[in-house]
Design a protein around this ligand. Structure first.
Ligand code: PMP
Length: 289
């Protein structure tokens, strides 16, 4: 049995070398701990191959640039680190977490140009993100927190600071017996869940919120491509809250979530219908192909 995430057997890749899992620690005065100066990726490997691995590494470097630091490793080096980590832990089907952050150093104020940028990769086995929701349909709460305006935060970065409201939203959702929360954006449009993008079906066509103030997920992009290949019309547009009433099906997409059907959002109900099931199955085939 695995213990807490800080108390497991295995290796973690840290700043250029593999270290014992329990020794992968940072100092209390790490800049990222105080000011959220970290960016990360969540990736999944299937049969030994990380799905869209390079795209994740490119996004990681881009996220760092967006919050004003450069990861001292190339995409190729990041790729090698991820596979080395999987190998060291004997994993072929795994969740891979790459993370870069501003470490402890000469600066302890808000500015931190003199502190080193650190980088690590951990990998472990992780089953369905929403448990049995994959089959039954997830139940979502509606968050009181809104995705912020792109003028207030770099919304294309997969950066720690953007997850503060996600954690609060998810805690509130879990307290109500829900698996996750749907968030509106700062204008009141339907945005996304706390770690996944959203899709809706009406009259055989698909509608998904325009990713203009939240992460345009790689899974989202893959699923849009799959739908179009199947000849299904996809509308990427602003979705008003009132429209939730008229949608027949809904699903979430994300690396961890994969394609998970949604049965309920607040008081709105959705069927776990044929299209949601078909896309979920097609995605599972694609990632293993
Ligand atoms: N939105 C948020 C807030 C996320 O954390 C994630 C997961 N990375 C996604 C969307 C989906 O992104 P992806 O499909 O690239 O995993």
């Amino acid at each position: 049995m695995a213990g807490g995430y800080d108390d497991r057997d295995g290796k973690i890749w840290m700043d250029g070398k593999l270290v014992e899992w329990r020794d992968a620690n940072v100092h209390l005065l790490t800049h990222a701990m105080h000011y959220a100066s970290s960016v990360f990726e969540g990736e999944r490997a299937y049969n030994g191959k990380i799905f869209r691995s390079e795209d994740h590494s490119i996004r990681l470097r881009k996220s760092a640039e967006l919050i004003d630091f450069e990861i001292p490793y190339t995409v190729e080096e990041i790729e090698a680190a991820k596979y080395e980590t999987m190998k060291a832990n004997g994993l072929t089907d795994a969740y891979v977490r790459a993370i870069a952050w501003r470490g402890a150093g000469e600066d302890m104020g808000v500015a931190s140009a003199r502190n080193p940028v650190r980088f690590a990769v951990a990998a472990w086995e992780w089953g369905n993100y929403y448990g049995d929701a994959k089959f039954k349909g997830a139940k979502l709460d509606i968050s009181k927190w809104k995705r912020p305006s792109p003028e207030t935060i770099p919304c294309d970065a997969k950066a720690a600071g953007l997850y503060m409201i996600c954690t609060m939203s998810k805690h509130a959702a879990e307290a109500k017996g829900c698996s996750d929360a749907m968030m509106f954006d700062y204008r009141g449009y339907v945005a996304e869940a706390t770690g996944a993008n959203m899709f809706f079906v009406k009259n055989g066509e698909v509608h998904t919120p325009l990713a203009d103030c939240f992460l345009n997920g790689l899974t989202r992009q893959t699923v849009i491509g799959m739908l179009k290949e199947k000849g299904i019309t996809v509308h990427e547009r602003h979705i008003m809250p009132e429209e939730l009433e008229g949608f027949e099906q809904c699903w979430l997409t994300g690396t961890a979530a994969e394609v998970t059907p949604v049965g309920q959002i607040g008081d709105y109900n959705f069927e776990v219908g044929a299209m949601a099931r078909d896309i979920s199955e097609s995605y599972e085939k694609l990632v293993r192909s």
